[in-house]
Write a protein that binds this ligand. Sequence first.
Ligand code: NAP
Length: 303
Amino acid sequence: MSFRRVAIIGLGLLGGSIGLAVREHLPDVTTTGYDADPATRARAAERGLVGQVCESAADAVQNADLVILCVPVGAMGAAAAEFAHALPRAALVSDVGSSKQFVAKVLAEALPGHAVIPAHPVAGTERSGPDAGFASLFRQRWCIITPPADADPALLAGLSAFWEALGAKVEVMDAAHHDMVLAVTSHLPHLIAYTIVGTADDLEGVTQSEVIKYSAGGFRDFTRIAASDPTMWRDVFLSNKDAVLDMLQRFTEDLTALQRAIRVGDGQQLFDHFTRTRAIRRSIIEQGQDDDRPDFGRSDHGK
Ligand code: NAP
């Protein structure tokens, strides 16, 4: 692994997890970190999320050979501009943002002449902030790297090795393709969860206590996703607008087809559809991307 001094900008769930994972898996690598929020910096220092918490982004990056931006997508450009003057010539800048074409554009604008290779570890939880991070977040999860066409192969190899050292599996992909795939696997499911939880909350004739009491019927699993960080998800939808709207259009058409099947009583169509989707769940488990225990492995079945 070619990097020796890693700077992490943004010390929440992703930044904190990277810092802890580096400490566990790459003990010879030193880490510095910065977060815009003084309370987060203080907590990051207490938890030892990075070796040294700095008082400015410039201080954090000044000796780094790898800088990883772990701030909300909408803050990437401003965060990069803040340290641009202090960034060593040879340093590679990467990020963990959930949409990639937008991030590639704003980082190229903020850091002209510097090497930038965006990345997205497809790993997370609904929690955020400096207490949310943990070292095993990336284990057995995919990290998608979206290098620009002129990326230096040695830097790309170094970044891949870095993520593999933290336990991730690496895939290299075109940024536009990443944005389309993630729109359907991540962004649309979050939008649906945010919608359905809001719909239940707005219902007249069903009390909020009934919604909570009977949530194990399916609703509960949507609420976990709908508890995700509002800033992060606002930025994801605004920055991956075209792909999300495209997927939403297709989803709406498919929903209308199922709506029609219910209205006309076409049980065969419903059964065939549900059989197909059940097979997807089986594949996800077989490939180690989720827990195969019933109820998503909730550990406290009555315990
Ligand atoms: P988070 O826990 O909220 O951490 C982000 C941190 O960045 C916050 O402490 C925030 O401070 C700080 N920040 C904001 N603007 C900054 C700036 N200009 N300079 C320095 N620090 C700044 O969020 P997260 O879940 O780690 O998400 C970070 C990134 O990871 C996002 O781009 C997201 O798309 C991506 N991602 C998230 C997940 C997930 O499941 N959460 C998964 C994969 C990728 P304030 O709170 O004061 O704003």
